[in-house]
Design a protein around this ligand. Structure first.
Ligand SMILES: *Cc1c(COP(=O)(O)O)cnc(C)c1O
Length: 359
């Protein structure tokens, strides 16, 4: 019996993606590598139909945080000023990256799980002259899907550009690259796209990056260096070739399955089936389903079970769930719907939850 990962990445792999990892040895200075890298860049833009004249997908080797760090360190001009808008762990991480990178920033830090309302954002942006906001789309800490549509309107009104952490939403939730004032969105192979950890990427507006081309905050995380090299079929540093193969295959499977709308439906169906079973068992949600992403929901631990016992009982039945972070660690557990999971696996999970939580 294979173990099913219900943590928010890495995800359970399809057989095709696993096989792709054993592709041929390849030097990253050979034309075959350029073909592979170009295919990835083209397919990543296609996930949200971003036109290639205005947008670039920049691929790099690292975890999701590498892409977020590269985005923040590369996209803010020296005279820029960033409002870091936070309601969870990953928002806080962006603030830390900005501060350590010496970027002028302030934070709008809300309680974890709180809603970032347009009014709050408007007030914060009006109080000061910000060039950018840094914001997480799906805050994986709590499962909250921040309502970027309404917040994008506030940004447009105040002439503020958006830098998005889309790591746990890219490929499954709606992102309007056309209408929202997005300069860049960072994401990773091994969440909604079902690749393996090791490849991360940033979708950047070419114009925005060119306006920050004199920024020199980092060597490895310099997106302009990547962009220039990749537009010429190269790469500034060795890339993780095998995880590129895997992402290429994962993207083919993504499009074959119907793309982003299909993935949203699939995750939503899984999450509502799981949520229904937990509701029947008297388990409460941390947030209402309609405020949560389709990717992951957080549930309150029942009085009868601590996290370790629940985790271990489910692991013995072949399922890995995920703990809460920080102050939420004693209060919630999380279940994600990402990955190559069969309908039958979801049914077995529901039975495992019944067996465990009724016991
Ligand atoms: C997973 C995740 C990240 C990146 O985590 P890594 O461990 O670096 O891959 C960043 N932001 C969000 C919202 C995430 O869910």
């Amino acid at each position: 019996m294979r173990t099913i990962l219900l943590n928010p990445g890495p995800v359970s792999l399809s057989a095709g993606v696993r096989d792709a990892l054993s592709g041929p040895d390849l030097c990253h200075r050979e034309p075959e590598f350029a073909t592979l890298q170009n295919q990835l860049r083209e397919k990543l833009l296609r996930v949200y139909d971003c036109p290639a004249d205005a947008w670039a997908a920049i691929v790099m080797t690292g975890s999701g945080t590498a892409a977020v760090e590269a985005m923040l360190l590369s996209c803010v001009p020296d005279n820029g000023r960033v409002l870091s808008v936070e309601n969870g762990v990953y928002g806080d991480r962006m603030h830390r990256i900005l501060s350590r990178g010496g970027i002028n920033n302030e934070r709008l830090a809300l309680d974890w799980g709180a809603e970032i309302t347009p009014a709050l954002l408007h007030q914060a942006l009006s109080a000061n002259d910000y060039s950018h906001i840094a914001i997480v789309h799906h805050e994986t800490t709590t499962g909250r899907l921040n309502k970027l549509g309404a917040l994008a309107e506030v940004c447009a009104q105040t002439n503020t550009r958006m830098l998005l952490d889309g790591v746990s939403s890219f490929g499954a939730e709606h992102i309007d690259f056309d209408a929202w004032p997005i300069d860049a969105c960072a994401a990773t192979a091994n969440k909604c796209l079902h690749g393996v950890p090791g490849t991360a990427f940033v979708i950047t507006r070419r114009l925005a990056l060119s306006q920050a081309d004199d920024v020199q905050r980092s060597v490895y995380f310099d997106l302009n260096a990547y962009l220039q090299a990749q537009d010429r079929d190269g790469t500034p540093f060795t890339q993780s070739v095998q995880t590129f193969y895997a992402l290429n295959q994962a993207l083919d499977e993504f499009f074959q399955a119907g793309g982003r709308a299909a993935r949203h439906r699939l995750f939503s169906q899984r999450m509502s089936a799981i949520g229904e079973t937990l509701a029947d068992l008297g388990v409460r949600r941390l947030l209402p389903a309609e405020q949560s992403s389709c990717v992951l929901h957080a549930f309150e631990l029942p009085d009868t079970h601590n996290y370790a016992d629940l985790h271990d009982a489910l692991k013995a039945r072949g399922f890995i769930i995920y703990a809460g972070q920080g102050a939420l660690s004693a209060q919630v557990f999380r279940i994600s719907a990402m990955g190559d999971i069969a309908e039958d696996d979801v049914e077995r999970l529901r039975q495992a939850l019944r067996d465990t939580l009724r016991a």
